[in-house]
Design a protein around this ligand. Sequence first.
Ligand code: CP
Ligand code: NVA
Length: 315
Amino acid sequence: MKKTSLDLPSLSQKDLLCTSALPATDIETIFATAKALKAGRETHTDVLRHKRLAMIFEKDSLRTRFTFDIGMQDLGGSAVFMDHRDARLGSRESVRDVAKNLERWVHGIVARTFKHKVLEELAQHAEIPVINGLSDFVHPCQALSDFFTLTEKWGSVRGRTLTFVGDGNNTCHALIHTAVKLGTNIRVCSPEGYEPNSRVVNEAMRAAQDTGAEVTILNDPEAAAEGADAIYTDVWASMGQEDEIEERNGIFAAYQVDEDLMARAKKGALFMHCLPAHRGWEVTQEVMDGSQSVVYDIAENRLHVQKAVLALLIR
Ligand code: CP
Ligand code: NVA
């Protein structure tokens, strides 16, 4: 197996907590690196040789856990997983002390936490990069993989329209932040009371002035789908909201992405979902498994994009 090094520029940030902190140039660097890594999966095994990644997860995961672990192996490094589902980070010892210990042993941390603040605290106290593997606020690795996939499909995402239908949640926030940086129009359609955080929307509207992107928040799914280039949805109840599932299933019933809704979008519009998906709830079986669905392409790209993030952040 060849072991060719990549030419790796630096990102402007130590951590990846939220794409709102990433300049568009950093996102472009991540995408260019991901593209090179994807093209030469067998040839970059020395990039993170002898580097170690700590993975601390307070919630379940399939994609994030596998892709970060495999990503480190692909690049010549290794990952140590710590299942933190029984106790939130900071309960046994302070988050600061967790950071100060880990930085002595490993070269980077991926954490999936309930509270976004815990990630900020980790990043504040650790000298090593901290990567957000999903918090209650945002899911940056997901949004980067989503937009990398769109770039592959469309060439350019600038001026295209992405419609998110469903809960104004972590995935939705990350999509909003990332869309405006890249000049993609973003429409979010949620039931009243479940719209995205107004701070995220206001910040995105300010950032959109630089790229010409439009940010639209609405409650009518049919209007939101009209002429869209892609339709995205996510679960109606996120991890930690299990008690609300029944209530939410009622409130969100009219927000299911089905073939009729897809037909309102542009011909050939893409269907996107971060997964895990609940067929028959936020998306029908037909749309999920239909020809317009790119859900498994996105899942594959989690690996390539996160490898790029690891290669660019870990020193
Ligand atoms: N989309 C995503 O983050 O999947 P997991 O929860 O399985 O990691
Ligand atoms: N919004 C979902 C995303 C899972 C990847 C959750 O937080 O559970």
